[in-house]
Design a protein around this ligand. Structure first.
Ligand code: HMG
Ligand code: MG
Length: 303
C-alpha cells in the first residue's frame, strides 16, 4: 500500500542554489526560504557550513541564517537544517543556534575524495565527533549517503557497500538516513533492491529517506517504488533546481512541484499548497534568469 502522509524534505535553497553559477543575493535566498515555508513545507534545508572555497555559492551562510530567525515562530514545527561536514562546520552552526544539521557521507571512495577530500572511512571518522557533539547538544542529525546507485567514476555501486556505510551513519546517531542518487541514474528496480538490502540489515524503513536527481527522468518512478516499500520521507527541490558541483553529470533534483502533483493525485497528504509553491518557483526562475525545468511548474505557470 501507499502512505497517507509524506514528509517532504525541501533541499532547493541548499542542493539547488549550491550549483548555481551566478551568486544569488542573500536577501533573495532568505525570501525564497520564507516563501517555501509559507507554502507549507515543514522542512527546508537552508544552507551549508562547508568550506567557502569549496562551495562559494553558500559562503554567505553566516549572513543568511540570522535572517531566518523569525520563521519558526511564524510556522510552528518548521525545521531549517544546515549541512555540516566537520567540527569546524559544527562550531559555525552552533554559533548560529542550528537545531537541525546534516552530515554527508559517500558510498564510494572516488566521490568521498572529490567531495570531502578524504577516503570514505576517513570521512566517517570526521563525522563521528560531529554527530556525538550535536546529539549531546540536543541537535537532530540527518545522515546523507551519496552515490547509492551509481557513481560517475566507479559505475554501479554494490548494495552491501551502500548498506554498510548507511548502517554506520545510523549507528553513529543519525536519526534518519537519506539515500542519494547523486547523479540520477537509478531505476525503480534498483530502489526496491536497495531498500530490501536495508530491511535485511534490520534498518526500519521509517528511518530512511530518498533523495533522487532527475537526470534520466526516473526520479518520480523511483519515488513511487520507494513509497511502495514503505518510505515516507522524500527529498525534493523547488522548481527542480540543483545538481552537485563535485559530481559531473548531476542535474537537478526531483522537482518538489512534480512530487506534490503525484502525491496529491494519489490522495497522499503533504501539507503543501501547490499554487503557492509554483508561484515561488516562478519568482525564483525570474531571479535566476531561466525557466524552471519542472514540468508541473511549466504546466501551471503556462495555464
Ligand atoms: P579540507 O580542505 O580537507 O579541510 O576540506 P581541512 O580540514 O584540511 O581544513 C583546511 C582549512 O579549511 C582549515 O583552515 C580549516 O579551518 C578550514 P586553515 O587552518 O588552513 O586556515 N575549514 C573550514 N572553514 C569553514 N568551514 C568549514 C571548514 N572546514 C575546514 N566547515 C571539507 C574538507 C569537508 C571542509 C571540504 O571538502 C568541504 O567543505 N566539502 C564540502 C563539499 C560540499 O559541500 N559538497 C556539496 C554537498 S554534498 C551533496 O550535494 C550531495 C547531497 O545532496 C546528497 C546527494 O545528492 O547524494 C547531500
Ligand atoms: Mg543532492
Amino acid at each position: 500500500g501507499l502512505p497517507e502522509l509524506v514528509r517532504i524534505h525541501e533541499v532547493g535553497p541548499r542542493d539547488g542554489l549550491q550549483n548555481e553559477s551566478g551568486l544569488v543575493p542573500v536577501e533573495v535566498k532568505a525570501e525564497f526560504i520564507a516563501r517555501l515555508a509559507a507554502a507549507g513545507l515543514g522542512t527546508v534545508e537552508a544552507t551549508s557550513f562547508v568550506h567557502p572555497k569549496w562551495v562559494p555559492q553558500l559562503a554567505d551562510a553566516e549572513e543568511l541564517v540570522p535572517r531566518l530567525a523569525d520563521l519558526p515562530a511564524r510556522h510552528p514545527g518548521l525545521r531549517l537544517p544546515v549541512l555540516v561536514p566537520n567540527e569546524r562546520g559544527l562550531d559555525r552552526a552552533l554559533a548560529h543556534h542550528a537545531a537541525d544539521i546534516a552530515v554527508f557521507a559517500s558510498a564510494t571512495e572516488t566521490f568521498a575524495r572529490r567531495n570531502l577530500n578524504r577516503s570514505a572511512d576517513e570521512a566517517m571518522a570526521m563525522f563521528q565527533p560531529v554527530v556525538a557533539r550535536a546529539t549531546e547538544a540536543g541537535i537532530r542529525v540527518r545522515g546523507y549517503l551519496s552515490m547509492c546507485f551509481g557513481d560517475p567514476w566507479e559505475g554501479p555501486v554494490p548494495i552491501d557497500q551502500v548498506v554498510g556505510f548507511g548502517v554506520r551513519l545510523l549507528e553513529m546517531g543519525c536519526f534518519e538516513l537519506s539515500l542519494g542518487d547523486t547523479i540520477g541514474v537509478a531505476t525503480p528496480g534498483q530502489v526496491t533492491a536497495l531498500l530490501d538490502g536495508f530491511a535485511r540489515a534490520g534498518v526500519p524503513v521509517g528511518r530512511l529517506a530518498v533523495h533522487f536527481h532527475d537526470t534520466y527522468g526516473q526520479a518520480l518512478s523511483n519515488t513511487l517504488a520507494a513509497l511502495r516499500a514503505g518510505v515516507t520521507t522524500v527529498d525534493a527541490s523547488a522548481g527542480g533546481l540543483g545538481g552537485c558541483p563535485y559530481a559531473k553529470s548531476a542535474t537537478g533534483n526531483l522537482a518538489t512541484e512534480d512530487l506534490v502533483w503525484m502525491l496529491h493525485g494519489l490522495g497522499i497528504r503533504t501539507g503543501v499548497d501547490l499554487r503557492a509553491l509554483v508561484a515561488t518557483s516562478g519568482w525564483m526562475a525570474q531571479r535566476l534568469g531561466r525557466p524552471s525545468p519542472s514540468r508541473t511548474v511549466q504546466a501551471l505557470l503556462g495555464a
